[in-house]
Ligand binder design. Sequence first.
Ligand code: NDP
Length: 445
Amino acid sequence: MSWVKDRDPEQHEFHQAVQGVLDTIGPVLERNPGYRRLAVVERIIEPERVISFRVPWMDDDGQVQVNRGYRVQMNSALGLYKGGLRFHPSVNLDIIKFLAFEQVFKNALIPLSLGGGKGGADFDPKGKSEGEIMRFCQAFMAELYRHIGPDTDVPAGDIGVGKREIGYLFGMYKKLGNEFTGAFTGKGLLWGGSLIRPEAAGYGMVYFAAEMLATRGKTLEGRRCLISGAGDVALFAAEKVLELGGRVLTLSDSTGFIYDEQGLNLDKMAFVRELKNIRRGRLAEYGERYPDTVYVPCDPRLDYNPLWSFPADCAFPCATENEINGKDAARILAGGVDLVCEGANMPSTPEAVELFLEHKIFYGPGKAANAGGVAVSGLEMVQNSTHLAWSREEVDAKLKVIMKFIHQSCLDTACEYGMPENYVAGANISGFIKVARAMVELGLI
Ligand code: NDP
C-alpha cells in the first residue's frame, strides 16, 4: 500500500479500492509464493493504459467549453476492456482508476471472458439542453473512438450516461468508424441493444440478495427495504424487490430522499420513473404528490445520512461511492437491518464494511452483487456478434443463473480460504485468482 500511495498520493478512492482487495488476498499469496517475484499484485494495480484527453464543445450561447475525458484500460488478461463511462462533475483520474480496478475483479467473477476498464468526463449533464448533451457526446467520442472497438474496448453507461447519451456516443462512433459493430453496450433496442440490459444491475443485485437470504432459508417476502439512488440501478432494484414481495421505503437523489412508510407501489414507481427519466426532476416532487410521505433535503452539515436510520430489514445502496460511512453503518445495524447488498460501486467506507463483517450480517459487496450489469452487457455482445436478439425471458433467466453462479463461487471461495460467509473475501479472492493465473500464463507483457 505504501508503494501505491507514494506513486499517486492524491488518489484516495483508488487507494481505498486497492486496500480493500489487498486486505483479503494474503492467503492466496501465501499459497502462491511465486507471485511476488512475478510482481503479479503490482501489475494488477498498475493500469495497462491511461488515456486522458481534452473535450472541447460549444454550448447553446456559442461559448466554447472544455472538459476532460478519460479512459483507463486497466487489465485485459481475461478479455477485451469492458466497463462503463461516467459523466459527473466529480470525475477525475482517481475516480476512474478506482472504478476500473473494481471492474477488473467484477468482470472476473462472471462466467464470460472480459477484462476491465472504465472512463468518463467531468461533464455535468444536469441542466444541459439536448443539443448541448449531443455536442458534448460527439466531441467526447471524436477522441475516444480511436481507443475502443468490438475486439478492444467496449464501454457502456454509468452515472450520467444512460440510453440517450449512449445513442449520441454510439452514433458518432458508427459515423467515424464507418461500421456498425458492437463497440458499446446498453444500446437502444432498435440499434443492437439487449432486452433487460437497463434492468440488469438492479435486478441482478436483488437476485444476489435473495441468494444470500436463501442460504438461511429466508426470502425477501415482507422485508422492509431502504434503497438509495433514483437512477437505473435503484429503480430497477426497487421494481424487483416489489416483485419478490418486499417493501420499498426509501429512494434518494443528489438533492434529498423520500421515506414512504406505506411503501412504494407500481403506480408510485411509474411516477418516479417519469419524474427522473423523462422530466429529469427532483424527488422533492414525490413529497408534494404523496403528502403522507416524508421528503428530507440533503443537509451538508450532517456527518451521516438520515436515510439509513429508519427501522428496516434490508439496505440497498444504489447511488454512489462512500455513501454509507461508519455512522450510517451503525444506524443501519441499530435499525435492525440484517442484509446490506450493494448496487453502487464501493458505496460503503472501510469503517462501514468492517462493522457489517463484525456483526456477521449478510453483506454483498458491489463487485459481486452488481455484476449483473456487466454480465448482461456480455450477453448483449454475444447477441450482436451472432446477429440474434433474445427475448426478455431468455435474458432474465440467464441473468438469474449468472447471479446464482457468482453467489456460489463467492461462498465456496470464502469457505475454502477459511472465511465462511464472508462475501468480500470470496469475491476478491475469486476475482484475483482468475486474473492472476491468466496474467502468469500470458507471460510478462
Ligand atoms: P444514474 O446516473 O442512473 O443514477 C444515479 C443516482 O444516484 C441518481 O439518482 C443520482 O441523483 C444519485 N447520485 C449520483 N451521485 C450522487 C452523489 N454524489 N450524491 C447523492 N446522490 C447521487 O446511475 P446508475 O444508476 O447507473 O449508477 C448508480 C451506481 O451503480 C453507481 O455507483 C454506478 O457505478 C453503479 N453501477 C451501475 C451500473 C449500470 O449498469 N448502470 C452497473 C453496476 C454498477 P440525481 O438523480 O440527482 O442525479
